[in-house]
Ligand binder design. Structure first.
Ligand code: FAD
Length: 394
């Protein structure tokens, strides 16, 4: 463990089983040997490394027997493992973690929580094995934070089918998804519903948002829907209100808190490497007190975030997905991440803004984490509502 997680000074990873540690070590080995070399090139060129999705499917982060050693009675991987899985992947690269997360978190949970028994039997095994890819299409060009209030994409029922019209924005991995859960408002009842749309289906048009300065590996997409026909049997039967959608969001919001923690660890790794190589005034800059103060603050931020994430994971293990805790996790870890990457970037001097030195990637990617899955302000308002009993937003 000391080799796998040297930054884990609270020794939280000691709670992982031997099988989980073995799995995570294998994943690190794969990432380092196969994907490290061209990672920054992919980030600069905004391309997805070939084989990544297939390799993660083969590793089997839902199903690998290593994850069930000693807990054969459980059908699900442990929440502490879920934390370390996201952490470890984000420590390597936040884009790859996000790309996988929209499939395995937001998308997968939409089918899991929203599907009927028949729909789950049809889709869940294929999604788990990566035979099918999915994503999560909620946000619209004119509705981000207020999407629950303003969802404009329309669903009109005609006999045993629905007709969808509208626009989606920011949808991660939509251009490579086989099945896309589209959230739309039933024009008759005004209630939101979710529809399984196939990427290649008539009336679906997808383009990738260019020129992002964060998560450049993730293809975030606009989706245009024009008279798209979906059979009633392909409507996710258990999503009938915004409360149902919120259930999916709350289950994955903690995942973003975990990811932010991993990104801090990645930033610390990159910075430590740099300060031990870069010489100024005849010594490596690791020798200087002011540099060490930055490193110690980065480590302290990371340690705080790890403790918070691990406790959230513990609550979730017991089925407690409460919204104040997940919002605190997301808001607080994203804020600490922003501070941490900025200190790392500063310590790396001019090279801190050059992608080749890794820290620039974490520095930029922190900005996406700060915004998605509820902006800083929206999570603050969720916490504020819990504290005061007064909703300061709709
Ligand atoms: P806005 O809602 O326009 O907010 C702009 C600013 O106003 C923010 O600072 C916000 O906090 C503030 N604000 C808004 N309302 C209030 C208020 N009442 N009080 C105080 N301040 C307020 N969506 C998906 O559905 N699927 C995806 O896969 C997906 N992936 C994403 C990936 C990336 C990289 C990004 C950037 C976004 C992604 N999103 C996705 C969308 C994301 O969830 C939204 O960007 C987010 O909800 C914020 O919406 P917005 O960008 O429209 O900002």
């Amino acid at each position: 463990l000391e080799k796998l997680y040297p930054e884990d000074v609270l020794k939280i990873s000691e709670g992982l089983t031997d099988g989980e540690v073995k799995f995570l070590s294998q994943m690190v080995e794969l990432l380092e040997t196969k994907y490290r070399k061209d990672l920054n090139k992919h980030w600069s060129n905004a391309t997805v490394p070939e084989g990544f999705f297939e390799d993660m499917g083969k590793l089997g982060y839902y199903t690998n027997p290593l994850l069930f050693e000693g807990r054969e009675d459980s059908k699900q991987t442990s929440q502490l493992f879920q934390f370390f899985f996201a952490y470890t992947l984000a420590r390597f690269d936040v884009s790859l973690n996000t790309l996988l997360g929209v499939h395995s978190g937001l998308g997968f949970n939409t089918f899991l929580f929203g599907g009927s028994d028949e729909q789950k039997a049809k889709y869940i095994p294929k999604l788990a094995s990566h035979e099918l890819r999915t994503c999560f299409a909620l946000t619209e060009p004119d509705h981000g934070s207020d999407v629950a209030w303003g969802l404009e994409t329309e669903a009109r029922r005609e006999g045993d089918k629905w007709i969808l019209n509208g626009e989606k924005r920011w949808i991660g991995g939509a251009n490579v998804a086989d099945v896309i859960p589209i959230f739309a408002r039933d024009v008759e009842t005004n209630k939101p519903k979710a529809f399984i749309v196939e990427r290649e289906q008539a009336g679906v048009d997808i383009d990738v948002i260019d020129n992002k300065i964060a998560l450049r590996i993730v293809p975030n997409c606009n989706i245009h829907l024009k008279d798209v026909e979906v059979k009633e049997e392909n409507r996710l039967q258990n999503i009938n209100s915004f409360r149902d959608i919120a259930k999916v969001l709350y289950s994955t919001r903690a995942g973003v808190a975990f990811m932010a923690t991993g990104a801090m660890a990645g930033a610390l790794q990159a910075t430590l490497k740099y300060v031990n190589e870069r010489e100024q005034f005849g010594k490596t800059i690791a020798n200087y007190q002011l540099v060490q103060e930055k490193l110690s603050m980065m480590q302290a931020n990371l340690t705080n975030a790890m403790a918070l994430s691990a406790q959230i994971a513990k609550l979730q293990e017991n089925g407690d997905y409460n919204e104040i805790v997940t919002s605190i996790g997301k808001m607080s870890n994203a804020l600490r991440l922003r501070e941490t990457v900025a200190m790392g970037r500063g310590v790396c001097g001019g090279n801190g803004i050059v992608v080749d030195y890794d820290i620039a990637r974490f520095f930029s990617d922190a900005e996406a984490i700060f915004t998605y899955e509820g902006t800083h302000e929206i999570n603050a308002l969720v916490i504020g509502r819990a504290l005061t009993g007064k909703a300061a937003f709709n």
